[in-house]
Design a protein around this ligand. Structure first.
Ligand code: 5GP
Ligand code: MN
Length: 335
C-alpha cells in the first residue's frame, strides 16, 4: 500500500498539533490495544506531544500489550475530545463503533485521521484516511504509517525495536489469529522486519496463548459439548447464557477464540457465538472462505466487520424478550 502522499500531510498535521487523542472501538481487542499503544508511543516519545488515550480497560488476557498508558474515560474523555486538535482513530471505520464517544467524535472540530483495515469506512467522517482491507490489521496499517514517518533508519530501529514494535506485533498476531487468517505478503514482511529489529515473538506467543486460567479451558470444553449445535445448512451456533458465564466465573476476553473452534469441523461453514450480557446479546461471527460472516452480521445482528470475521448485537426488549427466545430468532437466519 502506498501511503506516501498521505504521510506528508500527516507529518504536517502532527507538527502543528498540541493536544492529540488516540481512540479505538468499544470492547477493545488485541489489535485495538496494539495499534493505539504504538501510535501513543510514537507521538509521545518521538514527537513529544501530549497524548490522551481513550479506550475501555483491556481484558486481563491482553492487558500486557499496553502497560505504559493510562486511558481516560467518561466525562474526562469527552472533554479531551472537545479540546483535541488532532484525533487518531484506529481499528474501526464507522463512528458508532466508538459507543458512548461517537457523538463527541463526530462533533469535534479536530483533524481526524483514520488508521483502519475494515471494508467501507465512513470516509466523510475523517480528514485523512489510512485505510485498506488488504492489510491484516490496524496494527499493520499503523506499522506502515510509522515506518513512513520515521526520519531515518536509526529512529526506525529505536521505535520499532522497542515498546511500539512490540505492541504492533501483538496486535497483528491477534487479528490474524497467529497467521491463520488475513495474512498478506506485507503481513509476513512486517513480522520479519519486527523480528529483525529484535521484537521477542516467543514471549508474545507465550503471553497470548499459554497463560490462560484453567477455567477458560474447562468452559470451552463444557460449552462446546453442551451449548453448541450444527444446523443442516452448516451454521454452527454456540450459546453462552449469563448463567453459564457465571457458572464458570468467566472474565471479559476469556472466551476469545471460542467462535473459531466450530470452523475446524468440515461441514461447518459459518460459526456464530452468542453471549448474553445484561440486556444485550453480543454476537461474533466467523466464516470459511466463500461465505460471508459480514453479510449475516449486517442483515441479522445490527453489525458489520470483515467478510470472514464480523460481529454485532441483539437487544433484549427490542429484538427478543429474553435470551431463552434466541432459538426462534436464529430460525430466521438464511445463508
Ligand atoms: P469479534 O467477534 O472479535 O468481537 O469481532 C470481529 C470483528 O467484527 C471485529 O474486528 C469488528 O470488525 C467486527 N465487529 C464486531 N462487533 C461489531 C459491531 O457491533 N459492529 C460492527 N460494524 N462491526 C463489529
Ligand atoms: Mn482489527
Amino acid at each position: 500500500m502506498d501511503f506516501s502522499s498521505e504521510l506528508q500531510v500527516l507529518s504536517s498535521y502532527i507538527e502543528r498539533a498540541e493536544k492529540v487523542v488516540v481512540i479505538t472501538h468499544m470492547h477493545p481487542d488485541g489489535d485495538a490495544a496494539g495499534s493505539t499503544a504504538a501510535l501513543a508511543h510514537y507521538l509521545q516519545d518521538f514527537r513529544h506531544k501530549t497524548v490522551s488515550l481513550i479506550r475501555e480497560p483491556l481484558p486481563d488476557t491482553i492487558s500486557f500489550i499496553d502497560e505504559h498508558f493510562t486511558p481516560v474515560s467518561g466525562d474526562k474523555a469527552r472533554e479531551v475530545l472537545k479540546e483535541a486538535d488532532l484525533i487518531f482513530c484506529t481499528d474501526f471505520g464507522v463512528l458508532d463503533r466508538c459507543g458512548e464517544y461517537a457523538r463527541e467524535l463526530a462533533e469535534s472540530k479536530a483533524i481526524k485521521v483514520l488508521a483502519d483495515h475494515h471494508p467501507e469506512p465512513q470516509a466523510e467522517a475523517f480528514d485523512l484516511l489510512f485505510s485498506s482491507s488488504e492489510l491484516s490489521s490496524a496494527s499493520e496499517i499503523v506499522y506502515q504509517l510509522l515506518k513512513g514517518l520515521c526520519r531515518d533508519e536509526e529512529e526506525r530501529k529505536a521505535l520499532l525495536g522497542g515498546a511500539c514494535g512490540y505492541a504492533l506485533m501483538c496486535g497483528m498476531t491477534t487479528d490474524t489469529n497467529n497467521f491463520s487468517c488475513s495474512t498478506f505478503p506485507s503481513t509476513l514482511m512486517m513480522a520479519s522486519e519486527l523480528l529483525a529489529y529484535g521484537i521477542n515473538r516467543d514471549e508474545i506467543l507465550e503471553k497470548l496463548y499459554n497463560r490462560y486460567r484453567e477455567n477458560r479451558v474447562r468452559a470451552f470444553a463444557s460449552l462446546l459439548s453442551e451449548h453448541f449445535s450444527i444446523r443442516e445448512d452448516g451454521i454452527g451456533i454456540i450459546k453462552v447464557s449469563a448463567e453459564s458465564w457465571h457458572k464458570f466465573g468467566l472474565q471479559e476476553g476469556e472466551l476469545e477464540g471460542l467462535v473459531n473452534v466450530p470452523l475446524s469441523i468440515d461441514r461447518v461453514k459459518i460459526s456464530i457465538y452468542l453471549r448474553e450480557d445484561g440486556d444485550t446479546v453480543r454476537v461474533s461471527l466467523r466464516a470459511k472462505k466463500g461465505w460471508s460472516a459480514r453479510e449475516l452480521a449486517v442483515r441479522y445482528f445490527h453489525g458489520g466487520g470483515h467478510e470472514l470475521a464480523s460481529g454485532g448485537k441483539l437487544l433484549l426488549g427490542r429484538d427478543l424478550d429474553s435470551f431463552g427466545e434466541i432459538d426462534d430468532y436464529l430460525e430466521k437466519i438464511r445463508l
